[in-house]
Design a protein. Structure first.
Length: 235
């Protein structure tokens, strides 16, 4: 594992293919990021825990431990943004990655400009909260038993804390703030992820399914077939 000169945003790449890691690192450093590289899963996880990078780019297939396990462990420990990098174009891998807490995924071979754009989008959403401007620390949205503290990015249902991934939180806030209004998948992708996600609506569907599972009856998210989703205010 090696480090570049210090900058404001630190990106950790966990990738065992040296040419891909070097290629990604070159472009990210050219964009002003500080970059660390680890070529094993266990080594990368240790670096992530010790150095607290701004964002982790992790390959799925790694020696030591795989990208899925790295994502599970990082997500259980905190909110570090994670982008999965995979040679597999299997939709199941992508769905599983999103369900266990990855913020995004990109399939190899990739355009380095796309990787940079994905990283910037994920960092922007992580840094600015729910994406509709910086909220005061004491701003709380209440919807029945559901409470969302924007400043602390905390969600409770009947005073019980609910753990959400960064993207689940952003998506929930957007839907709740626009309750009663149907938002298309394209609108949700653009406003939460910050770019058009290659037309892949599966990302939204996975996150909606996770929100429904975690929030239960406390937040009614309706599917508007052929269009998108909306939150219905409690009666």
């Amino acid at each position: 594992m090696t480090d570049a000169a210090t900058d404001t945003e630190h990106i950790l790449i966990i990738e065992d293919e040296a040419n891909i890691a070097s290629f990604a690192r070159m472009y990210l450093e050219a964009e002003g990021f500080r970059v660390s590289v680890a070529d094993r899963g266990d080594t990368g996880l240790a670096v992530a825990r010790d150095e607290h990078p701004s964002l982790v780019v992790v390959d799925l297939m790694l020696p030591g431990i795989d990208g899925f396990e790295i994502t599970r462990q990082l997500r259980s420990a905190g909110r570090t943004p994670i982008i999965m990098l995979t040679a597999r174009d299997d939709p199941i891998d992508k769905v599983v990655g999103l369900e266990i807490g990855a913020d995004d995924y990109i399939t190899k071979p990739f355009n380095p400009r796309e990787l940079v754009a994905r990283i910037r989008a994920v960092l922007r959403r992580s840094d600015t909260g729910h994406g509709n401007g910086d909220a005061p620390d004491d701003t709380v949205i209440t919807l029945g038993a559901l409470q969302i503290a924007l400043g602390g990015r905390e969600v409770t249902v009947a005073d019980t804390s609910v753990a959400l991934t960064p993207k689940e939180f952003d998506l929930l806030v957007l839907l709740v703030e626009n309750r009663g209004i149907v938002l298309t998948r394209e609108q949700l992708l653009e406003r939460v992820w910050g770019y058009t996600f290659l037309g892949d609506s599966r990302t939204i569907d996975v996150h909606i399914r996770q929100l429904r599972r975690k929030l239960g009856d406390a937040c009614q998210i309706e599917t508007v077939w052929g269009t998108g989703y909306k939150v219905v205010a409690p009666r």
